[in-house]
Design a binder for this molecule. Sequence first.
Ligand code: P1T
Length: 389
Amino acid sequence: MAHDARQRLDTLCIHAGQEPDKTSGAVMTPIVLASTFVQDGPGNHKGHDYSRAGNPTRDALEGCIAALEGAKHGIAYGSGCAATTSVLMSLRTGDHVLVGDDVYGGTFRIFDKVLKQWGLEATFLDMSDPAKVREAVRPTTKMIWLETPSNPMLKVFDIAAIADVAKKAKLTLAVDNTFATPMLQRPLDLGADLVVHSTTKYLNGHSDVVGGFVATSDDGLAEKMHFLQKSMGGVPSPFDCYMVLRGVKTLAVRMRQHVESARSLAAWLEAHAQVERVFYPGLRSHKGYDVAARQMKGPGGMISFELKGGLAAASAFLKAVNVFVCAESLGGVESLAEHPAIMTHASVPADQRRALGIGDGLLRLSVGLEHPDDLREDLERGFRAALAT
Ligand code: P1T
């Protein structure tokens, strides 16, 4: 079934970019493993010449996620970090990027340890006040990069207001939409130029693929990204493209449940005696509540909270839970819990972590699709163990 861009997202999740296979009629997109494609004389082929440059299974995935983000173009990568690196490789030595102060540790590391060596400059700042973003623009600034909600503090930044700053200063705005997914927020509709994803997370949804994605409606940026994808080669395998395509089919229903369960757990956590503070954009106490209510269709499935008792309590908590698995990553059907300071954000220097609130007692939950009562009972198990330390 061909898709129509006016269809609802639930329908696009299942059909966008995909058609029954022209040769066999197979309803599911075939996994085309070929690395190369026959040419009827040099340069004369059926649309593909070499799988790094393009592959039919990847085409389907690129069409699908691009449609979900309301983008003209989609470019798939072998990981979220490959997608991030590729976007930044479109810049030059001496260029400056304004980066949201709270980003995935691996993203911070790309700026701080990899591209800094190549002369790419970055300033990390809290983008809650768009006027501060405007003040931080330098003559060499070329891009604004942000996550919203951010990892792991769930900060919410006003995409439309920051897009306005970017537009006036002629900067490219890139938004990592991994936590929200297009089901809850479409940054391009709000004025962003590029959307970035770790498809490892909600888009695939089953914790069995590592992948990344960039979506844009800007023809010039798309051309650059396609060129870099082909030239640097951080492409996903056809099998992984198939897996993400399959996972995305249930994205709409999964996100509804992730949001419903996370909302109820966040409210419960906020009332818990052993919890110092909860970070969840759906709580009225959250600094970004109003912006989230305006720019998102739901506050998402990620919660961070500060547990009383510091590292000893946090470790005991993570050892005791058994429905929540103690592991890095997020966005899968199974619930995960982790300790950002030791795990996902270890590459952020300790003083910066402390300034952000990523302390020894901070835990991050990826609320999965198990029954919410089982999740709550499991967290109770964690709290009991924490109390005993
Ligand atoms: O892991 P990878 O597919 O390379 O994606 C990197 C990435 C990019 N952006 C965001 C917002 C992310 O959360 C991630 C990866 N994050 C984790 C592995 C984590 O546990 O937070």
